[in-house]
Design a protein around this ligand. Structure first.
Ligand SMILES: C[S@@+](CC[C@H](N)C(=O)[O-])C[C@H]1O[C@@H](n2cnc3c(N)ncnc32)[C@H](O)[C@@H]1O
Length: 295
């Protein structure tokens, strides 16, 4: 596999993590920020990888009871339209310039296509089973979610064989209220789970536990830090998490603009990033070439 970018600490791969995760060496920590399934913007990364889940389960001697199907646009299905005004009911596609439904009562009555949320669960399974295989025994998975889609992510993590440990909250104050049917977001949850290990196996433990709390406060990236990525997280957040998990090797399968890798490199930790969109690989590669941010 040829990296898009490589240096002493960091490697970037351009492609689909559901295909590439099986080709990278196992690590201590998978620290990632997958699409929240609120603002899926196209067809490229919300289509389910048919067969990926079964293949991964088969390598572990397991079989699935249901077969995930390819969906053309999960985005559309989990963002239903109001039966009254025809606008998006949950505000998610304001990013695409649509107006949001203000008919509160219709919002409440609008049929929610649960089958789409089941498919979101399966979409998560598609990468999480690969993430499980890409971790050393006792290694941790820490994955961000929105408060509305956290449940599906958590269940998929648990169903993939991980042991749930906690939900770490990134508190930032910085969300924007959408309409009178949603609260202003001031935190984003990060599910932490561990791959089981055998008795006697040496595994990484947390730094600072048990006195460290499961709440991290750090502001959203300011203009000085911001890159051309719509959901960029702050480097300081990932730096805190990497130090907490005391990881020596990391993978971020949904790398975006490379924030996890920048934090890892600043700390002298080796990290691999995978990203589907080439333009974000390019931004991340540029960030890796910059001088380390002040710690
Ligand atoms: C929430 S963003 C990550 C943002 C990142 N934390 C940052 O600070 O820039 C999720 C990223 O995952 C990428 N992505 C979506 N599906 C993917 C897949 N199957 N494989 C690899 N990357 C994917 C998207 O293009 C997007 O850039």
């Amino acid at each position: 596999m040829i990296p898009y970018y490589s240096d002493k600490f960091v490697q970037i791969y351009h492609g689909d993590c559901r295909e590439l995760l099986s080709q990278v060496p196992p690590v201590d920590l998978i620290l990632t920020d997958p699409p929240y399934a609120l603002q899926f913007t196209g067809e490229s990364f919300d289509a389910l990888a048919t067969g990926a889940v079964e293949r991964s389960w088969a390598t572990r001697g397991l079989t699935m009871t249901s077969t995930p199907k390819t969906t053309p646009s999960l985005y559309r299905e989990i963002n239903p339209r109001c039966g009254g005004c025809g606008r998006a009911v949950n505000g998610a596609d304001t990013a695409k310039g649509f107006k949001v439904c203000q008919c509160e009562y219709v919002t409440e009555l609008a049929p929610w296509p649960n089958s789409a949320m089941v498919r979101l669960h399966e979409w998560h399974m598609g990468w999480i089973v690969e993430a499980f295989n890409a971790l050393n025994n006792g290694g941790s998975l820490a994955a961000f979610a929105s408060t509305r889609t956290l449940g599906r992510l958590s269940c998929a993590i648990e169903d993939s064989g991980f042991s749930m440990r906690d939900v770490i909250n990134w508190h930032h104050d910085g969300g924007v209220g959408r309409n009178s049917s949603s609260l202003r977001t001031a935190y984003e949850p990060c599910v932490w789970a561990r791959k089981p290990h055998r008795p006697g196996e040496e595994v990484p433990w947390l730094t600072g536990a048990p006195s460290t709390t499961n709440l991290i406060y750090t502001p959203k990236p300011d203009n000085h830090e911001r890159e051309e990525h719509p959901t960029q997280k702050p480097v300081s957040l990932f730096r805190t998490l990497i130090q907490l998990f005391d990881a020596k090797t990391i993978i971020d399968p949904f790398m975006g603009s490379g924030t996890t890798l920048r934090a890892a490199k600043d700390l002298g930790v080796r990290a691999i990033g995978i990203e589907l969109e080439e333009e974000y690989c390019e931004i991340a590669a540029k960030r890796m070439s910059q001088i380390a941010m002040k710690l």
